[in-house]
Ligand binder design. Structure first.
Ligand SMILES: *[C@@H]1O[C@H](CO)[C@@H](O)[C@H](O)[C@H]1NC(C)=O
Ligand SMILES: *[C@@H]1O[C@H](CO)[C@@H](O)[C@H](O)[C@H]1NC(C)=O
Ligand SMILES: *[C@@H]1O[C@H](CO)[C@@H](O)[C@H](O)[C@H]1NC(C)=O
Ligand SMILES: *[C@@H]1O[C@H](CO)[C@@H](O)[C@H](O)[C@H]1NC(C)=O
Ligand SMILES: *[C@@H]1O[C@H](CO)[C@@H](O)[C@H](O)[C@H]1NC(C)=O
Ligand SMILES: *[C@@H]1O[C@H](CO)[C@@H](O)[C@H](O)[C@H]1NC(C)=O
Length: 505
């Protein structure tokens, strides 16, 4: 990029961020939900207790030396204490996921009574504190038995098993759960798990960066994604037929949504950005909203892209009551042959997408900078291109080195910037209905284990009791939610001063 345009973008960002109008919780609609999130394997621990069996994530994490979720935050035993922390913080909603193998240890068949009781208790605890549960059914943790039996998501048999699992969840928990996400960040799940080998079950074609035991990066991501869409649609159909009229909840699919912005104002980069949007959003949103894949993807992939039958297309179309968005960072997009500045992404999906993505921050997957305008762009794009669907931001947050630094000011600035972006989008007509910070407390992270964390509560993972301590972000969020803090730097500076007095353990 030319120094001049870099400076220009810098200037725009500085001007934009220093011009945030102060806002408060009350500027959002009353029924808008502010919450925070975790997922089962990352929070619960108790991996082989009370009848739970391994998922592909257990297997995956045990094959690397980045730690594992055997104990994690011990949420399985400490859920009451954690719900108390959420209540003290004023959280309006909590997003968590259900461990399939805790509920149905063989993947299909008998229900584990202790697993069932755990989730009933957790949901009851949340409700009794006035916290709305938002449940994700699938968060990277396929029963290992189903992976072994037929290859999991790359086999159509998953549709029936996933639907049966969802049926149990709707029946058992649906009186108290009104918000269901079927699959967590389905797009990046298909890419990273079946193309890049980075996330469980870790499939990829042979390459020089990562040894996968099995896979085909040029076909499996598309196959897995196709089965995810069909499984989601099947669970959604079941919910509408059997439960919705009495339970009155809604059900959606979630995608990972990078902010995407042309690198220059050239026509080429504009076209490249549109192509990236088709691949990264349209791949799942076009079928969900219009019933078929983007024509750009069909042209590029040919027979590698599965085809919807007419009946399937009808079933997928309209099957999401809302779109879940997982959003962390923004990339500039340019029209260059090489797929990415991340070498590992030079096969499969990113190669097919065929554009070059340039980080807005440092070239690290984990050290991203706050670019709230990127999220605003995503919300605006979904409004304009997908008939303004209801949206929940299911994850947004900032990773920092996991150490004992409780004064996480950069995280506070990140979160308040992004909440401001959501407010801007709503004011301009976006139907965004909720925002969840990732994560409620430090958890076992998908890509970085215990080395980086996103939590508003610090967890001492060396302590057998997994002691929790509030970070500045927890105080900030609770002050924002109870209306005593409005988003101006003045309030944040005051909060920091007060906090530093009590920042030691
Ligand atoms: C992946 O599948 C494609 C299409 O079936 C095939 O041409 C290719 O050889 C496969 N690659 C690997 C690594 O198995
Ligand atoms: C993959 O496995 C082979 C054989 O065990 C080993 O020689 C190679 O270094 C491994 N590559 C990576 C990137 O781990
Ligand atoms: C970006 O990298 C530079 C040099 O490594 C470092 O000094 C700076 O703190 C980094 N910025 C962020 C936001 O991580
Ligand atoms: C606001 O919405 C209008 C109408 O959809 C659109 O033309 C405009 O670009 C949007 N503004 C921003 C800042 O996104
Ligand atoms: C974490 O727990 C260990 C073991 O109880 C303790 O030695 C250590 O001081 C704790 N660390 C912090 C930052 O509290
Ligand atoms: C609001 O939250 C802040 C930060 O946690 C807390 O100090 C304050 O007591 C709360 N005020 C009310 C009225 O609940």
């Amino acid at each position: 990029m030319k120094p001049f345009s870099q400076f220009f973008i810098f200037l725009v960002i500085v001007l934009a961020t220093s011009y945030i109008d102060a806002f408060t919780r009350n500027d959002f609609p009353e029924d808008f939900l502010f919450g925070a999130a975790t997922s089962a394997y990352q929070w619960e621990g108790a991996a082989d207790e009370d009848g739970r069996t391994p998922s592909v994530w257990d297997t995956f994490s045990h094959s690397y030396d980045t730690g594992n979720g055997d104990v994690a935050c011990d949420g399985y035993h400490q859920y009451k204490e954690d719900v108390k922390l959420m209540a003290d913080m004023g959280l309006e909603a909590f997003r968590f996921s259900i461990s399939w193998t805790r509920l149905i240890p063989n993947g299909r068949g008998p229900i584990n009574p202790k697993g069932l009781l755990f989730y009933k208790n957790l949901i009851k605890e949340l409700r009794s504190h006035g916290i709305e549960p938002h449940v994700t059914l699938y968060h990277y943790d396929l029963p290992q038995s189903l992976e072994d039996e037929y290859g999991g998501w790359i086999n159509r048999k998953i549709i029936e098993d996933f639907t049966a699992f969802a049926d149990v969840c709707f029946r058992e928990f649906g009186d108290d759960v009104k918000l269901w996400t079927t699959i967590n960040e389905a797009t990046i799940f298909a890419i990273a798990s079946y193309g890049e080998g980075l996330t469980p079950p870790g499939h990829c074609s042979p390459n020089k960066f990562i040894n996968c035991s099995t896979g085909n990066s040029s076909t499996e991501p598309y196959l897995a994604a196709h089965n995810m869409l069909l499984a989601h649609a099947s669970a959604s159909k079941l919910y509408r037929l059997k439960y919705k009229s009495k339970q009155r909840g809604s059900i959606g699919l979630s995608i990972f949504a990078f902010g995407l912005s042309p690198y220059t104002n050239s026509k080429d980069d504009e076209i490249a950005t549109q192509r990236a949007k088709d691949f990264l959003f349209g791949w799942m949103l076009k079928p969900l909203v219009f019933g078929d894949y983007p024509s750009e993807m069909k042209r590029t992939l040919g027979s590698r892209l599965p085809v919807f039958s007419e009946e399937e297309s009808e079933q997928v179309k309209g099957s999401s009551d809302f779109v879940g968005i997982i959003h962390y960072t923004t990339f500039y997009v340019t029209n260059r042959a090489s797929a990415s500045n991340f070498p590992i992404m030079n096969q499969g999906f990113f190669k097919d997408m065929g554009v070059y993505m340039i980080s807005t921050g440092n070239s690290s997957l984990f050290e991203w900078e706050a670019t709230p305008w990127g999220l605003e762009g995503v919300l605006e794009h979904l409004k304009q291109s997908y008939n303004n669907p209801p949206i929940y931001i299911l994850e947004n947050g900032k990773p920092m080195k996991h150490d004992s630094m409780l004064q996480d000011t950069p995280r506070v600035e990140y979160i308040q910037g992004y909440i401001g972006a959501v407010l801007n989008a709503i004011k301009n007509g976006s139907d965004t209905r909720g925002y969840f910070v990732w994560s409620m407390i430090d958890v076992y992270e998908l890509l970085s284990g215990y080395t980086t964390s996103f939590g508003m509560y610090y967890v001492n993972f060396s302590d057998p009791g997994r002691k929790r301590s509030p970070k500045l972000s927890a105080s900030w969020y609770s002050g924002f939610l109870n209306g005593t803090i409005d988003v101006s730097s003045q309030d944040t500076i005051q909060l920091q001063r007060k906090f530093s007095g009590s920042s030691s353990f």
